[in-house]
Design a protein around this ligand. Structure first.
Ligand code: NDP
Length: 313
């Protein structure tokens, strides 16, 4: 086995939850070590302007905001490192986390802030226009398409909720549903179907997001008739679910069926003492930068109390 390093507080993940946990843990003297993962800054680094994070009256670009988070954590003394947690061993009172399939870190407390990843359709055009009219977050980006016609793909509660949100801002919302029914709860479906400016395209799959530098339309195919139509839209929202980045913790932590880590209500505690979870990896409901940051703060405070109570700090 390769040599291991001992730390009192290990933070895994570098989105708003991880960096906020780092700021609080550093200020509390826990000398946290933070591993950033493969996408330093997390999901906000693939969005454009963020207008709903308090404290930025003029808005800010997502990647810039995450640089601010990182700088603040570094200024407080967090040891920020590039590296991916690839395995964990939570058998003993000292938790072990492997980085990059090599080095093991031994940590008295661990804060998991590994986030979630939006699922994508997998089209080349979707990837190319990501951030230029293609988005996986209507609440984040819908406002930029005020008064415009847009499309959203998906038929779960998220898609229904986001379609309703968009219908209040945009002139028309085209909802692309691959089957002849929706997975969303009945009440959400009813609301969608009753909303005049939402048009549901049943039995439809997206063939291509059209646009050179920005989205100008979407081509969809009706799988029953075989007919293809092009709809002129300014934005294409993908709402086909998220995947929490929690697979390495599966053998150890209690999760729901979708893989979201279960925390004790009102706290960031998991089923293992000294292991805390914050941000989107444990939140499938709100998924906002500000709620993730808030839960990162909770995790650091919980970790500090745990370390004090256990006599480590
Ligand atoms: P879901 O997994 O519930 O739904 C995903 C939707 O995307 C399904 O309709 C699915 O279609 C569709 N889909 C998946 N892959 C594709 C694809 N390749 N092409 C086209 N469509 C596709 O995810 P959600 O994010 O909607 O919800 C996750 C969980 O969070 C659920 O339990 C939900 O109830 C909950 N939630 C609750 C809310 C609330 O109560 N207010 C709000 C938001 C979410 P198909 O049905 O054909 O499989």
């Amino acid at each position: 086995m390769s040599a291991s390093e001992r730390v009192s507080c290990l933070i895994i993940g570098s989105g708003p939850a991880g960096y906020t946990a780092a700021i609080y843990a550093s200020r509390a003297g826990l000398k946290p070590v933070l591993y950033q993962g493969i996408q330093p800054g997390g999901q906000l680094t693939i969005t454009t302007e963020v207008e709903n994070y308090p404290g930025y009256p003029d808005g800010i670009q997502g990647p810039d905001m995450m640089v601010h988070f990182e700088k603040q954590a570094a200024r407080m003394g967090t040891d920020i490192r590039y590296g991916l947690a690839t395995a964990v061993d939570f058998t003993g009172p000292i938790h072990r986390v492997q980085i990059d399939e090599e080095k093991w870190i031994e940590a008295t407390s661990v804060i998991i802030s590994t986030g979630a990843s939006a699922k994508w359709l997998g089209l080349e055009s979707e990837q190319r226009l990501n951030g230029h009219g293609v988005s996986a977050c209507a609440v984040c980006d819908g406002f930029f398409f005020k008064g415009k016609e847009v499309a959203i793909v998906g038929a779960g509660d998220t898609a229904a909720e986001e379609a309703l949100y968009l219908s209040k801002i945009c002139s028309k919302v085209n909802m692309i549903v691959r089957r002849g029914e929706m997975r969303a709860s009945k009440v959400m479906q009813d609301r969608v179907l009753k909303t005049e400016n939402i048009v549901v395209h049943w039995h439809s799959i997206t063939e291509e997001v059209i646009g050179d530098k920005t989205v100008s339309g979407v081509r969809i195919k009706n799988t029953e008739s075989g007919k293809t139509v092009e709809i002129p839209v300014s934005a294409f929202f993908v709402a086909i679910g998220h995947e929490p980045n929690s697979s390495i913790f599966k053998p150890w932590l209690t999760m729901d069926e979708a893989g979201y880590i279960t925390t004790v209500p009102g706290s960031s505690k998991t089923n293992i003492a000294g292991v805390f979870a914050s941000g989107d990896v444990q939140d499938k409901t709100y998924r906002q930068a500000v709620t993730a940051a808030g839960s990162g703060c909770m995790a650091a405070l919980d970790a500090e109390r745990y370390l004090s109570a256990a006599g480590y700090h």
